[in-house]
Design a protein around this ligand. Sequence first.
Ligand SMILES: *[C@@H]1O[C@H](CO)[C@@H](O)[C@H](O)[C@H]1NC(C)=O
Ligand SMILES: *[C@@H]1O[C@H](CO)[C@@H](O)[C@H](O)[C@H]1NC(C)=O
Ligand SMILES: *[C@@H]1O[C@H](CO)[C@@H](O)[C@H](O)[C@H]1NC(C)=O
Ligand SMILES: *[C@@H]1O[C@H](CO)[C@@H](O)[C@H](O)[C@H]1NC(C)=O
Ligand SMILES: *[C@@H]1O[C@H](CO)[C@@H](O)[C@H](O)[C@H]1NC(C)=O
Ligand SMILES: *[C@@H]1O[C@H](CO)[C@@H](O)[C@H](O)[C@H]1NC(C)=O
Ligand SMILES: *[C@@H]1O[C@H](CO)[C@@H](O)[C@H](O)[C@H]1NC(C)=O
Ligand SMILES: *[C@@H]1O[C@H](CO)[C@@H](O)[C@H](O)[C@H]1NC(C)=O
Ligand SMILES: *[C@@H]1O[C@H](CO)[C@@H](O)[C@H](O)[C@H]1NC(C)=O
Ligand SMILES: *[C@@H]1O[C@H](CO)[C@@H](O)[C@H](O)[C@H]1NC(C)=O
Ligand SMILES: *[C@@H]1O[C@H](CO)[C@@H](O)[C@H](O)[C@H]1NC(C)=O
Ligand SMILES: *[C@@H]1O[C@H](CO)[C@@H](O)[C@H](O)[C@H]1NC(C)=O
Length: 548
Amino acid sequence: MVSLLFIACAALIASTYAQTPKYVEPSVPTGVPISGNYSGALRPQVHFSPPKDFMNDPNGMFVDANGTYHLYYQYNPTGVVAGNQHWGHATSKDLYHWVNQQIAIFPPDAHSNIYSGSAVVDVNNTSGFFPHQDNGVVAVYTINTPTSQTQALSYSIDGGYTFQPYSGNPVLSDNSSQFRDPKVIWHAPTQQWVMVVAYAQALTVGFFTSDNLKDWQHVYNFSHYGLLGDQYECPNLVEIRMEGQKEPMYLLAVSINPGAPLGGSITQYFPGSFNGSVFTPVDGAARIGDFGKDNYAGQFFYGIPGDQDQISIAWTSNWQYSQVVPTGPSEGWRSSMSLPRVNYLKNVSRVGYDLVSAPSSLAPVINTTALVRKTMGNGSVSLDYSSVTSGALYFQINITNIPVANITGTANFTFSSSRSGESLKAGYFLAPDSAFFIDRGNVRGFDNPFFTDKFSTSCPYNSSASSLTWSVEGVIDRSILEVFINGGESSATVTFFPEQELDTLKISSGDLNPAVTVNAVVYGLNSAWARFEDAHGTVAGNVTSQKD
Ligand SMILES: *[C@@H]1O[C@H](CO)[C@@H](O)[C@H](O)[C@H]1NC(C)=O
Ligand SMILES: *[C@@H]1O[C@H](CO)[C@@H](O)[C@H](O)[C@H]1NC(C)=O
Ligand SMILES: *[C@@H]1O[C@H](CO)[C@@H](O)[C@H](O)[C@H]1NC(C)=O
Ligand SMILES: *[C@@H]1O[C@H](CO)[C@@H](O)[C@H](O)[C@H]1NC(C)=O
Ligand SMILES: *[C@@H]1O[C@H](CO)[C@@H](O)[C@H](O)[C@H]1NC(C)=O
Ligand SMILES: *[C@@H]1O[C@H](CO)[C@@H](O)[C@H](O)[C@H]1NC(C)=O
Ligand SMILES: *[C@@H]1O[C@H](CO)[C@@H](O)[C@H](O)[C@H]1NC(C)=O
Ligand SMILES: *[C@@H]1O[C@H](CO)[C@@H](O)[C@H](O)[C@H]1NC(C)=O
Ligand SMILES: *[C@@H]1O[C@H](CO)[C@@H](O)[C@H](O)[C@H]1NC(C)=O
Ligand SMILES: *[C@@H]1O[C@H](CO)[C@@H](O)[C@H](O)[C@H]1NC(C)=O
Ligand SMILES: *[C@@H]1O[C@H](CO)[C@@H](O)[C@H](O)[C@H]1NC(C)=O
Ligand SMILES: *[C@@H]1O[C@H](CO)[C@@H](O)[C@H](O)[C@H]1NC(C)=O
């Protein structure tokens, strides 16, 4: 009843005034970006984080016809905890240097929030919103009220910078308070839009189709697959290439929270086929995209052809502790996004279909003068990287010539603070079972019963080879470590909050079989934010922005 009344009200207002309702809290700026200070000791320098206050899920990600990537995000511009959700916005040409833009989408009234969703470019004007252009953007998102979650549209005639809510909102409702996070794609074979949306507590992904983005028909329910957790959230459907196969496949990603195997939130995925209505997974397996604890609600950019690597970005936190991490009180912001990642499917030994996920080219930020380059067997190498002002590094460690039997040895890398002695340690046990661990337990700036210390994964050998190889690459960025094993066949995202900056890296290997070779290289990364700072260290964002 409440929502019916509201719709009637909104329609009345829409017909009375030129503009549909938009609620702006007095303290929230419109028409200008919010400025930020990116210099804090815990602030990532090559990852996206909001100028200030609280961020969670990436939203609305699309790449426009000029190659500009648009990242929207769940944003509370009035505090360092979740609540008062808007869509923040940033743009980038290279996925590393982000320009903060004005807040893109505001709630319709004081008791509503704008929750997660997606965006598409309506090149054919199927919506009718865009009489004179082929670059109109339609955002599809959830309006959350205390009693309901419904799906709504806003459209942008200026390429995704400013949005107008659709007067016919909501476009999809289910008389439910647990129905959210629509992700829309264009399905060319059937010439229609497809939405996947979570019936969160029914542990079901609903599939809907539409010709015009306004009228949606239910076509399929994908229910109780894989890991259940307590809720399904943020479903994603994307066409994705499979290595060695001509035809792309589809991948359905489903985030679960709470109730992940390691606690809190995590994302699982299902490789499969999709015919415009029914998604059929290749098998009954549950596959998790990350063996750490800080990778959730990832989304794929709309607008990347199915035969290219799909690019994703995820939220690097966990609902078990995201609202209490120390960056809030000490630096006035909370949460960042993962590195942009390129993704494809690959048939890997034993498990079959696997989502390979690796950093998008770091060329925009890497300093290609190596800080360390070392080839060794058993041995070690240390690096004092306190002179790298960003505090961010990219590293690769390749282990080759591993025998096929009687394998021995370990290889570790440890980041530590010369001032506090804190350390973040990771390492690879070549035997008895090939396994990799990360231990953030000796980083002391944050303690919480759910901020689990240790993570590990198995890395099975490809036993058909005559000698074995193993590799890890990764980025450390002040308070985030991301590692990618064997080219991204498995990956982990781990946040950590040191009392003093980490500034020393030691790579060491021991007990390796005689012929085994360890090749290591480490590069400094340049801050992606420094170029936008003024003399006071403030990043102002898009100051040339035109008022709508
Ligand atoms: C930016 O943040 C740093 C570290 O938190 C602080 O020292 C500095 O004063 C801040 N700068 C401004 C202009 O507020
Ligand atoms: C691409 O850039 C041109 C020139 O700046 C601009 O006119 C056009 O609207 C842009 N296209 C999109 C899709 O944003
Ligand atoms: C776009 O759709 C609107 C509404 O259907 C229509 O009035 C307009 O002519 C269309 N424009 C184009 C270029 O198709
Ligand atoms: C909507 O949900 C409420 C609360 O669960 C219920 O009382 C009501 O009958 C439902 N209305 C419809 C039309 O299903
Ligand atoms: C736009 O129309 C063309 C021609 O009919 C079609 O091939 C294409 O799939 C459509 N794309 C979208 C996103 O509507
Ligand atoms: C799909 O699942 C939802 C959630 O359980 C349910 O409400 C809806 O009736 C289902 N739709 C169909 C057509 O089965
Ligand atoms: C998709 O597959 C389902 C199940 O096999 C079938 O019922 C449906 O008709 C198919 N839809 C299309 C558009 O081919
Ligand atoms: C790149 O790193 C080298 C070696 O540390 C340093 O001398 C140089 O100034 C750095 N270049 C840039 C552009 O940061
Ligand atoms: C592995 O070790 C066992 C026991 O020492 C030995 O019998 C065997 O020949 C070794 N295998 C290889 C391939 O070196
Ligand atoms: C690597 O770390 C593990 C676990 O702490 C330890 O057992 C092993 O001895 C270390 N290896 C080297 C070469 O330091
Ligand atoms: C590690 O292996 C990758 C893939 O073969 C290669 O591109 C890279 O240069 C190697 N790095 C080192 C340090 O040997
Ligand atoms: C700044 O925002 C305006 C729209 O408000 C947009 O047209 C322009 O491209 C943006 N500039 C940058 C550098 O992102």
